[in-house]
Design a protein around this ligand. Structure first.
Ligand code: AHR
Ligand code: AHR
Length: 515
């Protein structure tokens, strides 16, 4: 080697060495590094990495998630458009065309293979459902991808993980969620929970939580907040309540929610707008004292429910990771910068095209039945309130026109979905009961609210809109023999027949027959 070259190399090494010494973790900002590369460079490697939208390692080229379709029960892995890139949503669209799909598995992108599957029954709450696969279309990196949209009774779990913090070991986690889709029910969590899916006591959880459940009042503003579910409490500080009065809630469409816990004495919470700007630390200080110092982590991973499967919460999930060890603030900042660089965009609430409080009619799209509209049998009792289809035309009587007219309301169980109030019987709504659909008076119960909530999706036959049942997410409003049901694509009931299903669940939302 020539002398000059040697000298230049030496000089370069010294300069680079200095740069590294002083710039330190900003090295993590180098272009092309994704969150788990940044964490690894910082010495706090990802032990689990889940996303339905993108790779979280620059060299990841495996599947992101698996969908399962109703028509034949077949599954398909949805992978990436390119190594280290974004989800290939077109594969899902092709596989699920004309039927409904749920997300069956969310794969772990680390070599630990800590995959998340649908959560079974727990100490508090029956077995969960998978989320509908197409309920949350958004864009990331300029491409169409799908987030995971949780209504109630939906959750994922892994009770036998590798590499995830146990007992008092340090860890951190973040998730990208949404401030447009949340509620105050327990507990929209992502992180460390119990292997038994029961509440085993204080300190047995360390999961980042998002929602407006104010566990330790007073809470500041109306939320939703980034909180720590450490078991038997959603903590905003070691004492419980928020110590950051400026933190009145994160209502941005995309929110970064971060939790760091040294497992022994301290924890920290950070929040940020996932579309722009930096993170804010809302708390950094001691863990609660009554059983949380040290922590008693069990290493199960939960997504969408509480540790004991309390499953009343709603929420959105785009990506999340868990680490071994507590990352530096510089690493957190680099991860937030990478999240922002994704340019998450598009609607986060499944709003469809229906204007709230507008008056509409619903026209069947099945070739047999294009003169038919969703209607209701007259009379006040539950039975005579059966929801049916009726032939309606400009020659129809005023009462038929009125029976075929509905008022669009914000979903009684989830404002990003819809409820349909009868034009004829104010205060009465379309609701399902034993999968049959009736018009009944709103009785104020949570059961009624859920039974009367329907979430809009693109029509399954390529026309109009399909309406997914909020609490039976594989079922959609369908006409069968001119009566309306919530129906799955195939099943034991006659009204679940796969024949014509995609047509029967697709409706044109039209101008109303009656004003
Ligand atoms: O800590 C809040 C919740 O309380 C947990 O998620 C759940 O296990 C318990 O019901
Ligand atoms: O609801 C009318 C028709 O009845 C549906 O299109 C079909 O599924 C059933 O035969």
């Amino acid at each position: 080697m020539k002398h000059g070259v040697l000298l230049r190399r030496l000089w370069l090494t010294v300069v680079l060495g200095f740069a590294l010494l002083f710039v330190g973790p900003t090295v993590s900002l180098a272009a092309g590094l994704l969150p788990c590369d940044i964490y690894a460079n910082g010495g706090t490697a990802c032990v689990a990495a889940h996303s339905t939208t993108r790779a979280l390692f620059a060299n990841y080229d495996g599947p992101l998630y698996q969908v399962k379709r109703a028509s034949d029960g077949q599954t398909k892995d949805i992978g990436l458009q390119a190594t280290g890139g974004y989800a290939k949503a077109s594969d899902q669209d092709a596989f699920c065309a004309g039927t409904s799909c749920i997300i069956n598995v969310i794969y772990d992108q680390t070599s630990n293979h800590n995959n998340l599957t649908i959560e079974p029954k727990g100490g508090n709450g029956g077995a969960d459902n998978g989320v509908p696969a197409d309920a949350l279309p958004v864009t990331a990196g300029g491409r169409k991808v799908y987030g995971a949209s949780f209504s109630g009774v939906m959750g994922y779990r892994n009770v036998a993980t590798t590499g995830v913090a146990r007992n008092g070991s340090p860890e951190a986690m973040y998730m990208v969620t949404s401030g447009t889709h949340f509620n105050s029910a327990c507990c929209f969590d992502y992180g460390n929970a119990e292997t038994s899916i029961t509440d085993t006591g204080n300190g047995h959880m360390d999961a980042v939580n998002f929602g407006n459940e104010c566990w330790f009042s007073p809470c500041s503003g109306s939320g939703p907040w980034v909180q720590a579910d450490l078991e038997n409490g959603l903590f905003e500080s070691g004492a419980g309540p928020s110590q950051d009065s400026a933190n009145t809630g994160n209502t941005e469409p995309y929110v970064t929610a971060m939790l760091k816990n040294d497992g022994q004495k301290t924890f920290a919470l950070k929040y940020g707008n996932a579309q722009s700007g930096a993170l804010t630390t809302s708390y950094s200080g001691p863990l609660p004292s009554n059983g949380y110092q040290p922590m008693h982590l069990e290493g199960s991973i939960v997504l969408g429910t509480g540790g004991d499967n309390s499953n009343g919460s709603i929420g959105s999930f785009f990506e999340g990771v868990m680490t071994a060890g507590v990352p530096s603030d510089a690493v957190d900042n680099a991860v937030q910068a990478n999240i922002v660089s994704v340019g998450y965009g598009g609607p986060t609430a499944a709003a469809g095209t229906l204007a709230q409080d507008s008056t509409v009619s619903f026209n069947a799209t099945t070739p047999c039945c294009t003169t038919r509209y969703i209607s209701q049998q007259s009379g006040g009792t539950a039975q005579s309130g059966t929801v049916v289809t009726a032939v309606v035309s400009s020659a129809s009587s005023a009462s038929v026109a009125q029976d075929s007219t509905w008022i669009v309301r914000a979903g009684l169980a989830d404002a990003s979905c819809y409820s349909f109030e009868s034009r004829d019987y104010p205060g009465e709504f379309m609701r399902h009961y034993n999968y049959h659909v009736y018009r009944q008076p709103m009785d104020g119960t949570q059961q009624f609210r859920q039974d009367a909530t329907f979430c809009a999706e693109a029509g399954k036959d390529g026309q109009g809109t399909s309406f997914r049942s909020y609490n039976y997410p594989t079922r959609y409003l369908r006409h069968y023999n001119n009566t309306v049901y919530i129906s799955s694509d195939g099943g034991t009931n006659d009204f679940d027949s796969a024949n014509l299903w995609a047509y029967d669940v697709s409706w044109l939302v039209t101008t109303p027959w009656a004003q």
